[in-house]
Ligand binder design. Structure first.
Ligand code: ZN
Length: 186
């Protein structure tokens, strides 16, 4: 018998899964990439299909429990707009600040406004180990800064106003209880 037809899956897909708040692996300072190996390239490229499945626009390695400084972003969802940065560094922030709502695949169902710089210049490496420079503004800059934060163990909920932090307390508590249950801590 023939196997039933399955929907086409992205061949880059790996076994990585998104981990959720309050998983302590989200709070580590990630380590720089020291060598671009084929294994690293494969796992990094696998972040794209996972991000699309989860309907995200950015995904950082620590969000799959991988303690390394790299992330992927794609705001449009078009393959040509895929961006991956290894060992990113913010070299310039300008244009003043603006406030807009953010969410995070690792903090499901919670949203809140975060103040970020409008324009940034970021340098880093691509998957060939070549230096790249990215200038971005608006939502793209916001997304890059949000993902960059993950590499330092910072979540967008840390950057919310005191009032908003108070307002999401119960939702965070619910996520903490889910986590404790899944990990057998009663
Ligand atoms: Zn996030």
């Amino acid at each position: 018998m023939e196997a039933p037809a399955t929907p086409a899956t992205d061949p880059r897909k790996t076994d990585d899964q998104v981990i959720r708040y309050p998983d302590p692996r989200l709070r580590r300072k990630a380590k720089p990439v020291t060598e671009v190996t084929p294994e690293l390239v494969k796992r990094a490229e696998g972040l794209f299909p996972l991000m699309y499945e989860e309907e995200g626009i950015g995904l950082a390695a620590p969000q799959v429990g991988w303690n390394v400084r790299l992330f992927v972003v794609n705001l449009s969802g078009n393959p040509g707009d895929e961006l991956i940065i290894l060992n990113p560094e913010i070299v310039e922030e300008s244009g003043g600040t603006w406030k807009a709502e953010e969410g995070c695949l690792s903090v499901p169902k919670i949203y809140g406004k975060v103040i970020r710089n409008k324009r940034i210049r970021m340098i880093g490496l691509d998957l060939e180990g070549e230096e790249i420079e990215v200038e971005a503004e608006g939502m793209v800059a916001r997304c890059l800064l949000h993902e960059y934060d993950h590499l330092d163990g910072i979540l967008f909920i840390d950057r919310l106003s005191a009032v908003k932090k108070q307002a999401i307390k119960r939702k965070l508590r619910a996520l903490e209880e889910d986590y404790a249950e899944e990990h057998g801590e009663h």
